[in-house]
Design a protein around this ligand. Structure first.
Ligand code: 26W
Length: 825
């Protein structure tokens, strides 16, 4: 098959008629139904498959040019990809929105109804997973050759329901109605081993070698997803792996009547990609979690080396063709896996293999919580992956030997930096392994990266100062402005053209319009329309009534004590306490809607308690007729990407109130800024850079800084002292303790109150007064509606830096050293 004879890739007509023809063909021949009898899901699946046909041309030409070009690619290894719904993004990328809307309408079909039929693939917990999704969107839009590798969980992040205000998890069976955006390739399945032992043998030249003899194995079946660039030729690939048994079914055992045993291997294997671990900070250290990590990493490396690279590729040049970006420590087992492939399978010498391996990886750390850094007991790792443990030991031995040369009489430092921790149990510190093997280590915001250098990985930063860098997070403006806020997008494009969608710095052009009364009026109008839209969604989705004529004060993120949803609660309870005691006249209270969205890891008891208290306080306030239309708490269940797309454009105030030094970056903060909300926040994570760019006068800063927190903790923190000295705080805590929000039952929320009074690990009480004072500044600012709008416009205008496109440019420049390649026309 020569170039000139290479068959052209089929194309589709970008016309209403063309689309309708395709759609009906897909509905009749693909879905096997005719329009008169088609269900909403039939129509949705047919429409989705039709839209993907339009992207296929670009996907196939991308893949074709990829194979031809020797370009360096980025392999983004992530245990999570929080993609959100795919249809809108596919319509945007294919420029089909209007054609599809008109085409469907001509068939009497409402696009909105089909949009609502799509089930969101919740293959992630929160920040880390969503960031991965934003990044692959930017890489495609910027024409950078890259591939995302992850796991196709059969069950994603649990569906959150509230029963009497308490979180109850339901399985997320997201595939039950079909998944039109994936392309399974069982023929490209990869075999992955587990367990077993390592044996020594002599190769043909009599050289003593070691090889792994797995005890059992599974198959990894790849499912490809399109990652369409916006207004770019490129459609990159996201490859998610699903586990299958190597032997489907043991007929002998079946015929012997032991049916369960016959399928045991099957179920056992499939368990590996069955469900996403719903933790987003405290690893449970479960064996299945490690199986999941090794499974997708082994599949991905084998896939890239054997499938993506040309068969005759010299792996010594691997670093010129690929950089494996490690999205936190979850995929770090990839380092010993590549060593195993090069030494055991390709027969390379150790040094030869290490010289290449240590040029192929880079590591991004996404946390500051010591408990979130994964460590795997050598007992478990040695049992599941005996050869990998051997390899990790050797990497560590050589590293410690190197350190002893650099620090001859500082055995303590050497011990401190060892990849192997000796206590409380002998375990592998995955963050240390990633740092030793990675070409670069980066944090996700300036402050975070500094704290990694100064505190978390300080010994390593001292030894390898150039290895440490920063890349501040970003978000994709396609999904989080263009798609989720069409009103604002239209206003921006009218004012400065639509170049901003792929070059967000152009938002700067809006600055002068902050002083334009007519522009402000339209900006406010759009915000109000977004608030009405949210009100409609909450009424229909959760039976929650909110009043758009109130300040929308929004806090949406995972429930975690360091994010301090309790501090937000203390503000609300204090306000309520003052109103009920008459200290505050309801007329003097700025009408507010306190909106929350938050899932708690199922095993995180305190987090679930806090959810219970938020709903209890909400019920009390919402049932109080005196507060009707003035104060309301809205806590829709099951916060996810889809709900965020409606909530964030409606917000006036963005709550980013974590304890300084705890939130690595935050990305919700960026989405709120770009959608014209003002931030009330601490100097934590990317809040610092938001405040620097938007200006102090357009940001409500409060609270202890990270150095001050360190000092308070150093000195010894006594939360009860704040209780004793701050009357408002005491009244608020006493009201909770009194059972006022739990039908007089004091026991229900006692754990929260006593934790705050006796431990308060994240200094909520210490920052209470500063927070309440900042909220008073918010009230004052909001009273001047037009000036508030001016500040909101400046937040949008100065938010360009927080595009994930800019983050990608930083990764390319500082870490990946790859470059955009436009696929062949
Ligand atoms: C093993 C358990 C586990 C699972 C996930 C530990 C830690 C994680 C993630 C690293 C947690 C996470 O999502 N971190 C968030 O990452 C975002 C993207 O960089 C940041 O913006 C957030 O600040 C950070 O909390």
């Amino acid at each position: 098959m020569t170039a000139e004879t290479t068959p052209p890739i089929a194309t589709r007509e970008h016309t209403v008629e063309g689309f309708v023809r395709e759609f009906l063909r897909e509905l009749n021949f693909g879905q096997g139904v005719d329009l008169t009898r088609a269900s909403v899901n039939d129509k949705y699946l047919a429409m989705a498959r039709t839209v993907r046909h339009y992207l296929m041309t670009r996907w196939l030409s991308t893949l074709r040019s990829q194979a031809k070009l020797q370009a360096k690619s980025v392999a983004y290894l992530s245990a999570e990809f929080l993609l959100g719904r795919q249809l809108d993004n596919a319509l945007l990328a294919s420029g089909l929105e209007d054609i599809v809307k008109e085409g469907l309408a001509s068939l009497g079909i409402d696009l909105e109804e089909l949009r609502q039929a799509e089930i969101e693939p919740g293959l992630g917990n929160g920040g880390l997973g969503r960031l991965a999704a934003c990044f692959i969107d930017s890489l495609a839009t910027m024409n950078v050759p890259s591939i995302g590798y992850g796991i196709r969980y059969e069950y994603g992040i649990f569906k959150q329901t509230f029963v009497d205000g308490w979180q109850v998890e339901k399985p997320d069976d997201w595939l039950r109605l079909g998944s039109p955006w994936e392309f399974p390739h069982p023929e490209a399945a990869v075999k992955v081993g587990f367990g077993g032992h390592v044996e020594q043998y002599q190769d043909d030249d009599g050289v003593v070698k070691r090889r792994w003899v797995p005890g059992w194995s599974v198959l990894g079946v790849p499912y490809n997803y399109m990652v369409p660039g916006y207004d770019a030729g490129r459609v990159n690939t996201l490859r998610l792996w699903s586990a299958r048994a190597t032997r489907a079914f043991d007929l002998e055992i079946f015929n012997s009547g032991d049916y369960a045993e016959a399928v045991r291997a099957q179920t056992f294997a499939e368990n590996i990609s069955k469900v996403l671990y719903p933790e987003d900070s405290t690893p449970q250290g479960k064996e299945l979690r490690l199986q999941q990590q090794y499974f997708f990493v082994a599949c991905s490396i084998k896939d890239f080396v054997d499938q993506v690279l040309p068969a005759d590729f010299d792996l010594h040049k691997l670093p010129d063709r690929i950089v494996f970006q490690l999205n936190d420590t979850h995929p770090v087992i990839a380092v010993p896996e590549l060593m195993r492939v090069l030494v055991d399978e390709k027969g390379w010498e150790w040094d030869e293999a290490w010289a290449v391996t240590k040029q192929c990886f880079a590591y991004t750390c996404h946390t500051l919580l010591p408990e979130a850094l994964e460590v795997w007991p050598v007992e478990l790792l040695g049992r599941l992956l005996p050869r990998h443990l051997e390899i990790i030991y050797r990497i560590n031995d050589e590293f410690l030997a190197e350190l002893r040369v650099a620090y001859p009489n500082d055995e303590l430092r050497v011990r401190r930096m060892s990849i192997i921790a000796e206590y409380p149990v002998r375990a592998v510190r995955m963050a240390y392994l990633a740092t030793v093997a990675g070409t670069k280590v980066n944090g996700v915001a300036e402050l975070h990266s500094q704290l990694l250098r100064d505190k978390v990985l300080d010994d390593f930063a001292a030894y390898w100062p150039d290895k440490f860098t920063n890349v501040t997070n970003g978000v994709t403006p396609r999904r989080f402005v263009k798609l989720s806020n069409p009103g604002l997008s239209g206003l921006i494009t009218e004012a400065i053209g639509d170049g901003w969608v792929t070059d967000l710095d152009q938002l700067k052009g809006l600055e002068p319009l902050a002083d334009d009364a007519e522009f402000r009026r339209r900006f406010r109008e759009i915000k109000y329309a977004n608030k009405q839209r949210l009100a409609g969604v909450l009424a229909e989705r959760d039976n929650i009534v909110v009043n758009p004529d109130t300040l929308f004060d929004v806090m949406v993120k995972r429930l975690h004590e360091y994010k301090r949803q309790t501090l937000k609660l203390l503000h609300i309870v204090s306000l309520y306490e003052k109103i009920t005691t008459g200290e505050l006249a309801i007329g003097d209270v700025t009408p507010r809607t306190f909106a929350f969205g938050a899932k708690a890891a199922p095993g995180y008891v305190m987090a679930k308690q806090i959810i219970g208290l938020i709903n209890a306080v909400g019920r009390t306030i919402n049932d109080d007729p005196a507060l009707e239309g003035r104060l309301r708490v809205a806590f829709p269940a099951n916060y996810n990407v889809t709900l965020a797309e409606t909530l964030i454009p409606a917000a006036d105030l963005s709550e980013q109130i974590s304890l300084a030094g705890k939130e690595a970056s935050g990305t919700g903060n960026m989405k709120f800024m770009l959608n014209g909300a003002l931030t009330i926040g601490t100097d934590d994570g990317a809040n610092v850079e938001i405040r620097q760019l938007v200006g102090d006068e357009n940001f409500f800063l409060f609270g202890l800084t990270e150095p001050q927190v360190a000092e308070v903790v150093e000195r010894g923190y006594h939360p009860s002292a704040y209780y004793e000295t701050n009357l408002d705080l005491r009244n608020a805590l006493d009201l909770i303790a009194s059972g006022a929000f739990s039908g007089g039952d004091r026991a229900v929320f006692e754990p929260i109150v006593s934790n705050l009074l006796n431990e308060d690990r994240f200094l909520a009480l210490a920052d209470f007064q500063a927070y309440v004072d900042a909220q008073a500044r918010v009230d004052a600012a909001y009273a001047d509606t037009d000036d508030w709008t001016r500040r909101a416009v400046l937040n949008v205008a100065r938010g360009g830096f927080f595009s994930s496109d800019r983050s990608m440019r930083d990764y390319i420049e500082r870490i990946w050293h790859t470059y955009p390649v436009a696929p062949e026309a």
